[in-house]
Ligand binder design. Structure first.
Ligand code: ADP
Ligand code: MG
Length: 344
């Protein structure tokens, strides 16, 4: 007799998700997959931070990509949201819509998920499985000390603005992988001249973004506000400014770029990628001036690059300056195009 769809769903869950590599035990998880709901403890001095992302095949990831890489990206971008609250991973749930039960796909997907889940001690505790066009909804739960969650609304005048890592890699990665970029045709880079090594670097930047959880754990207590850069610095910093009712000056010459990014793009395109590209999953955070030396020391100790790129001031919006403090000439073609799109 053919299996009913609920029997099939049950087998998928048992085989690929309710396994000890992925739904492993950890302190505080009283009950995981298998009942009507998971049961988890929240320590008295902590907030439970929750964040969700929905990724649709063909829109948020290429349909034919390696399922392990799709899994990695799906969980990593969620973990980046936890880092942006200065929270640490606790557990996650998965809403999976699948066109059919392709065993090879499911095996690789669950292995990819398990490897990142293990790395961050963040077990799968439940979910839902259904049939339809491929989409992956992930909700992560994290814990953060009640006094230390880094909200967008808490930046102060005089705070320095920092970013972790490098900017612009996410925007180049989209083009390098042949995916659509919202930056359109005014944005370009030397695709033909990419070495195999740099091509791999950008593929990793897209599929294996590194959530800045270690930085959040070491130095989150010094952040007055924080956001992760998923839509580009201009828009994401803009959220901090709007929520805090403040403005910013940014030193355009201080924006950090990777060597592969510098090799394949001129300055104008790099600025466009950093400010408007997105998909970088770096943290943009503010730090009171008196704590900056400590912040830089803590980041150095864990080997994470941080760059001071500007300052919170009163007023509205972002003013871009060069290293001498002179306003940047925005007449550059590509820049103007995006600046007008952003303000539209
Ligand atoms: P219900 O009918 O109560 O929604 P399900 O049959 O959908 O129960 O799920 C059975 C168990 O399997 C539940 O504990 C649920 O959390 C878990 N589960 C279902 N789908 C997934 C999934 N994709 N990943 C992890 N756990 C899942
Ligand atoms: Mg269900």
């Amino acid at each position: 007799m053919a299996k009913s769809s609920s029997q099939l769903e049950f087998e998928i869950i048992r085989r690929y998700f309710a396994n000890p590599n992925l739904s492993f035990k950890r302190d505080g998880i009283e009950l995981g997959i298998g009942d009507d709901a998971a049961l988890i403890d929240v320590p008295a001095n902590k907030h439970l931070a929750m964040s969700m992302d929905v990724l649709i095949s063909g829109i948020h990831f290429p349909a034919d990509a390696d399922p392990a890489l799709i899994a990695n990206r799906s969980l990593a971008v969620n973990l980046s949201d936890l880092a942006a609250m200065a929270a640490q991973p606790y557990c996650f749930t998965l809403g999976l819509v699948l066109p059919d039960s392709d065993e090879t796909w499911l095996q690789k997907f669950s292995e990819g998920l398990a490897s990142l889940a293990r790395q961050y001690n963040c077990p799968l505790v439940g979910g839902d499985t259904s049939r339809g066009p491929l989409s992956i909804s992930l909700q992560v739960q994290g814990l953060v000390d009640r006094s230390q969650a880094s909200r967008r609304s808490a930046a102060n005048r005089g705070d320095k603005i920092y970013v972790s890592g490098n900017l612009g890699d996410g925007a180049v990665a989209l083009l390098a992988l042949g995916l659509d970029s919202h930056l359109g045709s005014s944005f370009s880079f030397g695709a033909q001249s990419l070495s195999d090594q740099d091509r791999q670097y950008f593929s990793d930047a897209y599929f294996k973004p590194q959530p800045q959880l270690e930085l959040a754990a070491a130095a989150g207590k010094l952040f007055s506000s924080c956001i992760d850069i998923s839509d580009g610095l201009q828009g994401d910093l803009g959220h901090i400014l709007a929520a805090s009712s403040l403005a910013a000056t940014i030193n355009i010459d201080a924006l950090p770029y990777s060597m592969p990014c510098q090799r394949c793009m001129d300055t104008e395109n790099r600025i466009v990628a950093a400010l408007f590209g997105g998909d970088d999953y770096q943290l943009c955070f503010t730090v009171p001036e008196g704590d900056c030396a400590e912040l830089e020391r803590l980041a150095r100790d864990i080997g994470v690059k941080v760059s001071c790129i500007g300052e919170i001031v009163s007023g509205e919006g972002v003013a871009y300056l060069d290293t001498d403090g002179a306003p940047v000439d925005f007449s550059a073609r590509a820049y103007q195009h995006f600046a007008s799109v952003q303000s539209a």
